[in-house]
Design a protein around this ligand. Structure first.
Ligand code: ADP
Ligand code: MG
Length: 255
C-alpha cells in the first residue's frame, strides 16, 4: 500500500512545552489508522499541524506527494485534508442544514460577484450545494433533522453533524479527534458504521484519535501509539496490543 500521508520528524512547541517532539508516522491510502496515547501525548496538536491550523517548528508533512506543512488550513482543506474537533464545532443558532451550507462558502465576495454577474449560475450552484448537503445528512442519519436548530441536537448528533460538515469539503483524508467522546453507546455503533461505509463507498482515508480502545481495535487497520510528543510504536491492532512498551506506557495505566 502507498502512504497517503507522511509525517516526518514534526516538532511543535508552546513556550517551553514540546507538545509534539519529533513525531514520525505514515497513513496508508484507504486505511483507517487509529492514533492513541495518554492525555497530553500531543495527539490534538499533531492533528492541528497536519490540518494546517498550527505550523510545525520543524519537520515535514507530505500529503499525496505534496508538502503541506507550510500551507494554511483552508488550502490544506482544498487539497482534501479536513479535521473534526474534540468538541464538535456546531453553530447552535443555525439549522442543521445551514451548518453544512456555511461550511462550503469559500469567499463571501466571490459568491456575491457571481450572484450579480451570473445569477442563474449562482442559483444552480446553490441548488447543487443544498442537494449535496442533504446527501451528507442522509449519510450520517440526520436528514430528518435538517430544519431543526443545531442547538437541539444531542452531543452524539453534533459529532455526526461535524462529520457531515467536513464531508461537504469532499475530503480524501479525514482526521477525527475523539469522535466517540460524549456519544451514547447506540450512536457509537452507528458512527462506526458510517465511517466504515465512507471508506468503502467513497474511498476516504481516516486518521482517528480515540480513547475508546475497543473502538480503535475494531475499526483500525493500523494503530499508532504516541507518548510525550513522539511515536512509541505503530502496527496492526494485534501487534500494538502485544507490545510491552505500549502496555507499560499506556494500556497499563488505563486498565
Ligand atoms: P492530547 O491531544 O494527546 O491530549 P495535546 O496535543 O492536546 O495532547 O497536548 C499536548 C501538550 O501540549 C500538553 O502538555 C498540552 O498542555 C500542551 N498544549 C496543547 N495545546 C497548547 C496550547 N495552545 N498552548 C499551550 N500548551 C498547549
Ligand atoms: Mg486531544
Amino acid at each position: 500500500m502507498t502512504a497517503l500521508l507522511e509525517v516526518d520528524g514534526v516538532v511543535r512547541t508552546f513556550g517551553g512545552v514540546r507538545a509534539v517532539d519529533g513525531a514520525t508516522l505514515s497513513v496508508d491510502n484507504h486505511s483507517i489508522t487509529g492514533l492513541i496515547g495518554p492525555n497530553g501525548a500531543g495527539k490534538s496538536t499533531l492533528f492541528a499541524t497536519i490540518a494546517g491550523s498550527l505550523r510545525p517548528d520543524s519537520g515535514r508533512i507530505v500529503f499525496s506527494g505534496r508538502r503541506i506543512d507550510r500551507r494554511p488550513a483552508h488550502r490544506v482543506a482544498r487539497l482534501g485534508v479536513v479535521r473534526t474537533y474534540q468538541a464538535a464545532r456546531v453553530l447552535t443558532r443555525m439549522s442543521v442544514l445551514d451548518n453544512l451550507l456555511v461550511a462550503t462558502t469559500r469567499h463571501p465576495g466571490e459568491r456575491l460577484t457571481t450572484l450579480v454577474v451570473r445569477p442563474r449560475a449562482a442559483r444552480a450552484y446553490e441548488e447543487r450545494t443544498r442537494a449535496r448537503a442533504h446527501e451528507q445528512l442522509a449519510l450520517v442519519g440526520l436528514d430528518t433533522h435538517a430544519d431543526a436548530y443545531a442547538g437541539t441536537l444531542s452531543g452524539g448528533q453534533r459529532k455526526l453533524l461535524d462529520l457531515a460538515r467536513v464531508l461537504m469539503l469532499e475530503p480524501s483524508l479525514v482526521l477525527l479527534d475523539e469522535p466517540m467522546a460524549g456519544v451514547a453507546p447506540a450512536l457509537r455503533v452507528e458512527l462506526l458504521d458510517h465511517i466504515l461505509a465512507l471508506r468503502r463507498d467513497r474511498g476516504i482515508t481516516f486518521l482517528i484519535v480515540e480513547h475508546d480502545l475497543d473502538f480503535v481495535m475494531r475499526a483500525a487497520d493500523s494503530v499508532v501509539v504516541m507518548n510525550e510528543g513522539r511515536v512509541l510504536t505503530a502496527g496492526t491492532p494485534d501487534e500494538v496490543r502485544r507490545n510491552e512498551d505500549v502496555v507499560d506506557a499506556y494500556l497499563g495505566k488505563a486498565h
